[in-house]
Design a protein around this ligand. Structure first.
Ligand code: SF4
Length: 64
């Protein structure tokens, strides 16, 4: 599974980090999210999907 944050959509709410704190991190300059790695291992996929569902800007893009 692949994941990325659409930087034009991300507003830095941080809700993704509540669902997947090991995968999404805030950029120092503006708080927008970046991912630890674009390739998500099986063990982290449920949390990353939850994060995508919780993003109010639909900024988290997943490809299986
Ligand atoms: S919840 Fe969505 S908009 Fe907010 S920081 Fe995470 S990716 Fe960005």
């Amino acid at each position: 599974m692949q994941v990325r944050v659409n930087e034009e959509r991300c507003q830095g709410h941080g809700l993704c980090r509540l669902s997947a704190p090991t995968w999404f991190f805030p950029r120092e300059e503006d708080g927008h999210a970046y991912v630890k790695d674009s390739e998500v291992p099986e063990a982290e996929q449920d949390a990353v999907r939850l994060a995508a569902d919780s993003c109010p800007e639909l900024a988290i893009e997943i490809a299986d």
